[in-house]
Design a protein. Sequence first.
Length: 409
Amino acid sequence: MSHRTLASLLCLVFTAALHAQDSAPLPPAMERHAADFPDLQAALNALPASGGILHLPPGTYEIHEPLVLSTPETRIQGSGASTHIINRNEEGKPALILKSEEIETNPKAKLWRVQLDNFRISGNEKSGDGIHAVGINEIFLHGLSVDHHGGHGIYMLDCTEDPRIADSILTYNKKAGIYIDGAHDIVVNANHFEENQDALVCVDAYNLCMNGNNIDDHLGHGIVIENTYGSVVSGNMIEECNGTGIILDRDCYGITLSANVIAHDMGGGIDLRDAHGITVSANTFTLVHHFGVRVSEQSGRITVSANNFSNSHIGEGKEKRLLEHENPVQLDIGHGVVLEKTNSVIISGNQFSGLDGPAVRATGACEKILINSNVLTDLNRRTPDSQEPFALSPETKATISGNLTDVGE
């Protein structure tokens, strides 16, 4: 066969392939623009079953019933805070529901890879959650403003695989800013929380990675973690909670709490209510009420090291805050470690200074307590009759050594 004949045959084959491609049905368009539809729900319904992207232009979108998204592999892309969905519902219904259409009849039905980005959802005191996600794997929420809802800002139920929430602001929600129920390999990173009930609640989960968030002015607690293991909470600013900065409860284990600043929290700093194998390290506890770290009788095998427990001392014998003030948040105050009938606790290498009472207080029969290599100064400011750096119950069995203090051990 000549080269010319071969070339002619190849040309015919290529031409036939092009005609076959032209006659084949095209895949459905995967891109939608909300402006092309009468309302947002119609735009969501127009997304193909295989998923796609819906663009939300700037504008105010008032809703009275929840928006429902039920397609996987879908991204809802807004135009910043100028894209504003307002939930006018006053019957406790959410603003946006993410779930499979089959979830009611098949609890195991899941959607994969739903993403929300760059818009605002607000509600009212009688509305429900801002975002209510059920069974969404690899959910990714980014750049959202979620505020003023009667429920949680973001609620996730059984979003089992790899949920991610980043660079969002969650404010003035009557329940938690974020509530996660049943998940693993969770990332909550670089968000701002303000004046929710609690900032984050994470239950029945594992591998929570919560880093670099700012938590301010909460009506309840900062971070509440229950029945969760293998997690890290680090580099967060947790300030002025009416409750406690961080709570671990209900069989938590294998968790590190490190490099957080916990300030002005009225209920206390870190409360280990039911937790084991926990490391509390390199945190700063300043102006916290009642306790910096509390280890209850349901907790044990705890390491507390390299933390700073302090008041508002700024050098040269001066304090930034007043020892007495009518507003408790403005008080110059400080607290150390409280042990309650616990066991196997290391308290080592910490700085305790400017505290109302002793550095460590132990009640009940605490056992296997090691307290060493701490620096202690200016203690018992509100207990002038006491000179003890460590106030331990007679039943407590502790080894104390190598501490530097203003008074004898």
